[in-house]
Design a protein around this ligand. Structure first.
Ligand SMILES: Cc1cc2nc3c(=O)[nH]c(=O)nc-3n(C[C@H](O)[C@H](O)[C@H](O)COP(=O)(O)O)c2cc1C
Length: 236
């Protein structure tokens, strides 16, 4: 684990698996349960922090979601909301012209993006969790981020403050390989996204060497680091 950059804690965890698992050994999820489109996880003590966690993995209860859950579980006292993008109906960006951006600065396309636009409005901190897919974010996560182009237009062209609150942001990422350049690709997109929604890129956690579903559970150091991030965000 390393710490760098005083602006926040950045961590890269190297798994203790001696073998770098091959891409082909991925095990498909057979979990057919349909989870709720968004869920609230109860907490005992209420602080005034509202933390939003968004998972971009299509694999239910996979490594990404497990990391996110570990972070949210330790966000003691905060009000938390979790969104699994693949549970929502979100269509890809269709490059709205400026006039097609809604009065509030959001996309006019009528789909579940409204759930995410509103959740970002309400939160004080945001945790984005994604697996590495072909050297970058998952398609689900990238599709969601592209739909924030209307917010980018509102902010940078129309000079509208769609998200006036300064949020705290964290990025959790799981991959099978140990390619730092893949994590760098993914984090650079998240940094650009965070700038668009006025979130400070405060924390990052890169967990390499995780391939099969649930393999993160064999890496308590990853879960602990994710929990520590949740704890720090909850403190405000
Ligand atoms: C479509 C797809 C593409 C992937 N591409 C990469 C990749 O480029 N590099 C890598 O290290 N792992 C890659 N993986 C492996 C995942 O990053 C890894 O299995 C991760 O732990 C999945 O997290 P999840 O369980 O939350 O879905 C890929 C997996 C899939 C399904």
């Amino acid at each position: 684990m390393r710490e760098a950059e005083p602006a926040g804690r950045k961590q890269s965890l190297v798994s203790h698996e001696s073998r770098v698992p091959s891409h082909d050994s991925r095990v498909p999820s057979h979990d057919s349960r349909v989870p709720s489109r968004e869920s609230r996880i109860p907490n005992q003590r209420i602080t005034n922090m509202k933390i939003l966690g968004i998972s971009g993995s299509p694999r239910k209860k996979g490594n990404t979601e497990t990391l996110l859950d570990a972070a949210l579980k330790k966000a003691a006292g905060a009000e938390i909301k979790k969104i699994i993008i693949s549970d929502l109906n979100i269509s890809p960006c269709r490059e709205e012209e400026y006039s097609e951006v809604s009065e509030r600065g959001f996309s006019i396309v009528n789909d579940d993006m409204s759930v995410i636009f509103d959740a970002v409005t309400e939160c004080d901190a945001i945790i984005i969790a994604s697996p590495i897919f072909f050297g970058s974010l998952s398609a689900q996560m990238k599709t969601m981020i592209d739909r924030f182009q209307c917010v980018w237009i509102s902010k940078n062209i129309q000079k509208k403050d769609v998200y006036p609150k300064r949020l705290k942001g964290a990025f959790l990422c799981a991959s099978a390989s140990r390619r730092q350049d893949f994590f760098d690709n993914a984090s650079s997109i998240i940094k650009h996204f965070f700038a668009t929604i006025n979130a400070e890129y405060k924390e990052e956690l890169f967990c390499p060497g995780l391939d099969t579903k649930g393999s993160v559970k064999n890496h308590p150091e990853c879960l602990k680091a994710a929990g520590d991030i949740g704890e720090r965000l909850a403190r405000g």
